[in-house]
Design a protein around this ligand. Structure first.
Ligand code: ATP
Ligand code: MG
Length: 256
């Protein structure tokens, strides 16, 4: 049975999609069966997995509103070694269309149930908002992985996210946990980043993943080739860090 994780942070541009596709590729190369759910109308996780989002007639949107079966919509990422439930701008309409639908926050959870036995990991790339789409992710998931940059306001932003997760835990999904905080785009030479990192560990203890993802230009270049950085340049420091993170996650789920 698949373990399901949201990669979420309502802040934009913090490395959610980069973490989703690279963790997926890392897990796939460690013999795990992985599905990436692109839950962002930007479609960046689809593009970064080598899937051309514009030409798609069916996407995660059609699955969410009940117009298509997940097994007919998912595609294989050749460059990533995992499957993708792709998204494009159609998904922007879901926020409105779902309002009319019963149990609108559980649409993704229901949609995933036929494929749970087919995967070890399902990774959901959330949009940068605490929206109905993200709520669908949280209702479907076992846990949340929070990528964050160690910057001055990072801790403040975290409290909104932590409160939302607590509310979802209380009202919708008693299984939901914060799995961990992942420090990304890290530059150890910056004193401030080091200080914020120390504060994080003080507040969150072993909820902070051991792996640290460095700022690495190869990770930023990879999406324009439709490839996860892990496969684009295996020898880069960024790729190696995400490979390590995959190993840490495989260890982590053994204790869940
Ligand atoms: P959004 O909120 O818009 O969905 P996001 O949280 O998914 O954004 P990404 O798209 O993963 O963030 O990353 C934002 C930008 O930072 C991208 O251009 C990406 O290539 C770059 N980036 C992410 N991680 C790293 C890293 N470790 N080193 C260098 N660049 C990175
Ligand atoms: Mg993104």
């Amino acid at each position: 049975m698949a373990k399901i994780f949201c990669i979420a942070n309502q802040k934009g541009g913090v490395g959610k999609t980069t973490t989703t596709v690279n963790l997926a590729a890392s897990l796939a190369s460690q013999k795990q069966r992985v599905l990436v759910v692109d839950l962002d109308p930007q479609g960046n996780a689809s593009m970064g997995s080598g899937i051309e989002k514009m030409g798609l007639s069916q996407t995660v949107y059609h699955v969410l509103i009940g117009l298509a079966d997940i097994k007919a919509v998912k595609l294989a990422s050749e460059t990533g070694g995992y499957d993708v439930l792709p998204a494009n701008r159609d998904l922007a309409g879901a926020e409105v269309d779902l309002v009319e639908i019963e149990r609108r926050e559980e649409r993704l959870k229901e949609a995933l149930s036929p494929v749970l036995a087919d995967y070890d990991f399902i990774l959901i790339d959330c949009p940068p908002a605490l929206s109905l789409l993200t709520l669908n992710g949280f209702c479907a998931a076992n846990g949340v992985i929070v990528p964050m940059q160690c910057e001055y306001f990072a801790l403040e932003g975290l409290s909104d996210l932590v409160n939302t997760i607590k509310q979802v835990h209380a009202n919708f999904n008693p299984n939901l946990l914060i799995i961990g905080l992942l420090r990304v785009m890290f530059d150890p030479r910056t004193t401030l980043q080091q200080q914020v990192s120390d504060q994080l560990i003080e507040h969150f203890g072993d909820k902070v993943f051991k792996t640290i993802i460095p700022r690495n230009v190869r990770l930023a270049e990879a999406p324009s080739y439709g490839m996860p950085g892990v496969n684009f340049d295996k020898s880069s420091r960024g790729a190696q860090a995400y490979m390590e993170f995959g190993t840490e996650m495989i260890e982590r789920i053994k204790t869940m």
